[in-house]
Design a protein around this ligand. Structure first.
Ligand code: F6P
Length: 366
């Protein structure tokens, strides 16, 4: 007889982003109404899977959430079952492999297929569970847009819209005061947010992890604009951009996190250097979690819904060990092995980079 999943578990892992609830709604509706499956929401990502926290998702529970930011299930950046932080005594954390607990809960709950919505960390966890015999379907999310094997992740359009709107606002005050405005945006390893956010708002300099910048080129661009009578400059810098004299700027390290480094502070460093070297009044704005919060854009709601429906179909038909992805504009599936390949960073000769350069944007490298 053909496989039909009766019981589907769904979780959201890693940092949240706009569109997660639209996926949860789409998976639940498509699986319940289309296939008669029961859907269970696992709370707080892989933490809830290890700790045994879940509840059934009724159609009422997913009603009215397509445009709601965040995730109704909760999420966590600390719950990798294979590297799970356990407090062994007050303040003393030990990292342990608690995968067996995750597997045991899946079995006890009689979950046929797990739908894991998340970024690269989540896809690695999903692959490990899949290798251990669990039916898993991945759904790619992240504002950073760096998940391999998909052209785009939902959350990215919402985040870049926030960046664009913020820079539009900063530009009017920058031009009034004749200042340099440095805007630090998210993007740990990939500069897509800075690139698209900066291009869409007419930033003058974009500094990203993939293109090494030199101070002399940054200062020259600032002076150039001053000499042209423009008298203000907007610099959009990704949090993961490397300073010419060193590495990325790390705000804190937390071993409980799947990715232990908390980035932040590069904007401040860039602003200080520009002010010191050029003498121009410089200010810095860190957009931080504003980029992750709030309602998804239309594009993200639609992409998240398409991904959710496709994931429900895979789960219900037994196509597992895969991640749904956007390829050539269509929703397809790719293997979890492909989905856990090298991160999708900005190719330095990408057509977007060339378009940005052609319109006068400097990447601080020439
Ligand atoms: O990966 C998404 C992301 O928003 C990164 O751009 C950022 O570095 C990170 O999450 C921040 O994570 P947290 O909210 O856990 O500090």
């Amino acid at each position: 007889m053909q496989f039909r999943a009766r019981r589907i578990g769904i979780l959201t892992g890693g940092g949240d982003c706009p569109g997660l609830n639209a996926v949860i709604r789409a998976v639940t509706r498509a699986a319940r109404d289309g296939y008669g499956a029961t859907v269970f929401g696992i709370e707080d990502g892989f933490e809830g899977l290890v700790e045994g926290r879940m509840h059934e998702l009724s159609s009422q529970a997913v009603s009215g959430i397509v445009g709601l930011g965040g995730t109704i299930l909760g999420t966590s950046s600390k719950g990798d079952p294979a590297h799970y932080p356990v407090e062994v005594s007050p303040g003393k954390i030990e990292i342990r492999d608690l995968s067996y607990k995750a597997l045991r809960n899946i079995e006890q709950w009689s979950i046929d297929v797990l739908v894991a919505i998340g970024g690269d960390g989540t896809m690695h966890n999903a692959l490990r569970l899949s290798d251990a015999g669990v039916g898993v379907v991945g759904v790619p999310k992240t504002i950073d847009n760096d998940v391999p094997a998909t052209e785009v992740t939902f959350g990215f359009d919402s985040a870049t819209s926030v960046v664009c709107a913020a820079i539009d606002r900063l530009e009017t005050t920058a031009s009034s005061h004749h200042r340099v405005m440095v805007v630090e945006v998210m993007g740990r390893y990939a500069g897509w947010i800075a690139l698209v956010g900066g291009m869409s708002s007419g930033a003058d300099l974009i500094l990203i992890p993939e293109i090494a910048f030199q101070w002399e080129h940054v200062y020259r661009k600032v002076h150039e604009r001053q000499n042209q009578g423009k008298r203000f400059t907007i610099v959009c810098v990704a949090e993961g951009a490397r300073l010419p004299e060193g590495d990325v700027v790390v705000r804190a390290t937390d071993m409980r996190r799947t990715d232990s480094k908390r980035l932040g502070g590069v904007g401040e460093r860039v602003a200080q250097c520009i002010e010191q070297a050029t003498g121009y009044d410089t200010r810095v704005t860190v957009l931080g979690h504003l980029q992750r919060g709030g309602s998804p854009t239309v594009a993200d709601r639609v992409l998240a819904t398409r991904f959710g429906v496709a994931a429900a179909e895979c789960a219900c038909k037994g196509e597992t060990g895969v991640m749904v992805a956007l390829r050539d504009g269509s929703v397809r599936t790719v293997s979890l092995a492909d989905a856990t390949g090298p991160q999708r960073t900005v190719p330095p000769d990408d057509e977007l980079v060339r378009a940005a350069r052609a319109t006068g944007i400097s990447f601080g490298d020439a």
